[in-house]
Design a protein around this ligand. Sequence first.
Ligand code: C5P
Length: 237
Amino acid sequence: MNNSPIIALDFNSAEKTFEFLKLLDRSVNVKVGMELYYKEGPAMIARLKEEGYSIFLDLKLHDIPNTVKSAMRVLASLEVDMVNVHAAGGKTMMEAALEGLESGTLAGQKRPALIAVTQLTSTDERQVREEQLITVPLHESVEHYAKLAKSAHLDGVVCSVQEAKIIEKVCGKDFFKVTPGIRLASGDVHDQKRVATPAKAWQEGSTHIVVGRAITGAENPRDAYEKVNTLWKGITS
Ligand code: C5P
């Protein structure tokens, strides 16, 4: 998957998804999340692949290691480009996920990149302290999960832009920092708590940005995509 913005296809049907995709070029990267995948299943992935899209399948697996390993074996056979797990599932679970992906990747094909969710970008300090009973600040929890993911040989993490720099410092430049919570300066933040612009994401060391409602909810999605891409690529190239 190249480093163009990844568009979150948070739609509830294939029909709406392809209606939306008609507005954009086929070279865009897309993210299929739980809503769309649970509704349309592997057929949706096959169709997106046929049309040439690079796909991040964002199902955020979190279960016992053996179950995650078996599920990852199946996901690898869909030939997507990137998949993920929750780092909170632990190092053994992350290693099992990687093993499952490796064993499910067809001969001659590239294994999907595997990244771990550290803390969701909708999570704030209060939740970490009062609901997760984690006594260190949010950024330390994110840093810890990133190091754990790296020690399990994952390719990177999902994190907020605010944490990308510190992760670059502790896990290196090549370790993926996939950052959702991207908004154009004037945009609504919706339910996200840790948001940033595409330009800020680049400055802070994000390797990939995930953009949903700032594009899918825009009056003119093509213009919004171009705006996001220019702000991001204007600095990257
Ligand atoms: O619409 P918005 O740009 O907020 O969408 C962000 C997308 O990224 C959603 O599909 C959401 O599920 C996903 N995501 C996230 N935070 C994470 C991991 C994934 O917002 N930590």
